[in-house]
Design a protein. Sequence first.
Length: 679
Amino acid sequence: MKRLLPILFFLSLNVSADWLTPELLWQLGRVSDPQLSPDGNKAVYNIRRFNVEMNKGNTDIYLYDYSTGTSKAIAADSSNETQPRWSSDGKRIYYLNDKSGSQLFSMNVDGSDKVQVTNLADDINTYGISGNGKMIWLSIDVLEDKFLGKDKYPDLKKSTGHVYSDLMMRHWDQWANGSYSHIFIASLNDTKLTSEPIDIMKGEHFDSPMKPHGGDEEISWSPDGKLLAYTCKKVTGLEYAIQTNSEIYLYDVSSKLTSNITAGNNGYDKAPAFSPDGKQLAWISWEEAGNEASLQRLFTYTIATKEKKDWSKGFEYNVENLHWSGKSDAIYFISDILATDQVFRCDITPNMENPIKQLTKDVADFNGLSVVTPPGKDDLILTSRMSISEPTELYSVNSKSGATQKLTSTNDEVLSPITLGEVKKFMIKTSDGKEMLTWVIYPPNFNPANKYPTLLYCQGGPQSTVSQFFSYRWNFQLMAANGYIVVAPNRRGLPGFGKEWNDEISKDWGGQAMTDLLSAIDSVSQQPYVDKHKLGAVGASFGGYSVFWLAGHHQRRFKAFISHCGVFNLESMLGTEELFFHNYEFDGAYWRTPQPISYAKFSPHRFVQNWDTPILIISNEKDYRIPYSQGLEAYSAARMKKIPARFLSFPDEGHWVLKPQNSIMWQREFFGFLEKYLK
């Protein structure tokens, strides 16, 4: 009987058996981390699959062969095999395996001769190998502070307390435990380390890569293994919490000296990447201090002259995911533009007037990039690509024309019987006369003669584009499969539409951005197939804030609201961790004199007297970005007003819901609530 529950539940929502379901989403393989071989003939990548019954996932390594157009698993046991990287000669593949802690392994290209390269006492977080294959860096956690009771008091090993005397005590979904991610370097041959790893950050209370989201893109070897560039924010406590000033540091292996090459820019500097000829270093530099969403620019640093150059002057879109051409004459990167993420090329040519050119123009999002230039050939580009209607797969990109070709078909067998809804682009006029790109997703087998309940999707961020992303929870096709039209506007404050459009959200959360959301739903609601009496608004993070805000200002437009991990009370949001965000977005703390207008004018809790609509509130206990208490405050207010409300929380989830069974439960509650109030 238990096995029938998911089917019966979704039949009650009028979902056809050949339409998308939450259970089916968890059958899809998640493709990531594509890496071209040095000769460009093969590629390795990861696929992560999940077992819902066991409530866990497993990551394996696959090899794609360009000559045959086929893929096969080459490391696929019960452990997680991640981060495959080619040896410099292309004869072997390195990777991490977590069978007995996370250690480095090496294997032949066909998956044979698997050898454990490291056998360290501590887990390896991530790693990187120099271009000549002779040096390796390893990221390993090192205990430097005693915050935990069991570390402070050796006789109290079962104590659960942790004590702090400064910020930041916690970040996203983890409490600080006194450990920092340090960089260790060692000499290497194909199958073993040939020297003891040396901690080049010994005694430092800093992380590189930067926790919690930094990876191997934040550290880079020079091709000869003599210099190591790394990203680090070398401040602690309150200063760490209120600023974004990470820097790029150069470590000289021979002299053991470290220098800061980005001093003077007080915004983020991240993702260093040495050119293949070793003469230059590229990185991404945020334009404005304290603003995590300021313009991300492309910089280079010439090693011999120490000259810095901004290559993205006049380019009003964010630069991400840098990769040099093999000839060191160009840098490829990804940027979000007009609600898609595209591949660009910047020619590193002195005095070139417009060095940046857009390569791809698909209605899709490109993310992972890998570039090689075999002798006598043009640049070869491998990327991962997704859209609202297609999960991530590997694609090739022609370096001259930008034409793309699909390489892998990881999920075709699962998705081929599934009927998906049509996705259309609307340009909607905003209240101040501007054009706003809005995606509208229709139910499968849409009939314009019928009327459909409609959802306004409110994006988070706040500066995070509504692109062609394929989500495993906020999945537009899944919403459409449940019989809803989905309206997804790129409201004010999103990247991809120029700097001015992106900047217009900060210090104005309840202003034009909210008006844009209403303009979108009001415009689409004019279509005869939209049931104006069955409108809902849903969103997470800033999208959850948007839902709380609209609940107090919607003038009876909506019949149901769903807010996931949303901001409710701007004053108590001081309980968040990255206080630079709080200071920048709200224009300072609430006790500042005069008080910033955000606290009185834009905080949803000040407008609860206007709430009149059923609401589902989701707030997870391990979400330290938007504290759990925000949702509790909102739920208590709704019930005190006797508004029909429902509260969902997971004690083991943070800002996102990542465990399979939790995610499926989330979807059942989500669609069950909408079914009750919109169907």
